[in-house]
Design a protein around this ligand. Sequence first.
Ligand code: PMP
Length: 296
Amino acid sequence: MYYNENTTVFLNGKWLKASEAQTDLYAQTLHYGSGVFEGIRSYDTEDGVQIFKAKEHFERLLYSAEKMHIKLDYTVEELTALTYELLEKNNLKDAYIRPLVYLGANMSLQPTDEVNVFFCAWEWGKYLGDSLLNIMTSSYQRPNPKSCHVEAKVVGHYTNSILATTEAKQKGFDEALLLDMNGNVAEGPGANFFYEKDGKLFTCPLGNILPGITRSTVLELAKELNFDVEEKYFTPEDVKGADGAFFTGTAAEVAGIGALDGVQFTMDWEDTMGATLASMYRNRVSSREMQNFDLV
Ligand code: PMP
């Protein structure tokens, strides 16, 4: 699904066949989760293939690396150019791009200077699909920001996401909604969360979540539409029985939610602010308007 015999990947300065790329089984990231990564999409636009918000994604990658004491000797421009080359080599247009920065052999609990940079890409449909999601409040909380850099995209943080999604699926739901350490709604396992009530959109403030690039794009779009939006803390009880809700994420894009803990949202999805934002997001990613980073 992710690669075939023709797939080319980037590993430590070299272009290799995915099937021939190798790694060290003693890699610290494999044992302890101390790597960082990104999830980025490119779109086939009227102006050719465009990576959506490349600057924001690579700035976040550099930030995540810094927080994990990983020396990543690349600039945003270099990482962007490399990604366009990856797309071209694999003849990909609408693609999901996965840069991964992982550490070499080291069994101690300090980072090593051996930093590996891996880039791959594949075609990936909308993560979470197109149907309205039936979600549950997770029994797992998001990591306390005092226990790790929850705002960084760190490999090891995704054990929390895997536990939450697995629990939700085992209970017959499509996805989980995780709370923060205070019992307020934080985010999904791989997406940020918004709900709509009485003509107003709500999402939680930054602090206990991954600061999603789709979240900020949706906030920009909502502003353009003069939608009333408030960033505030709220509980699952505030959300239940509201008018509508949705997840935002690079992989999921804007994904409508039908019910939380079996309680349906009251409006038809098509009539919600979320549906308007979902179609606006689609238009935006496939046009050049939002391309605020030019490779020159
Ligand atoms: N929260 C988590 C935990 C995520 O993994 C993601 C996906 N990167 C998001 C939110 C959404 O972030 P973005 O919109 O930047 O993809």
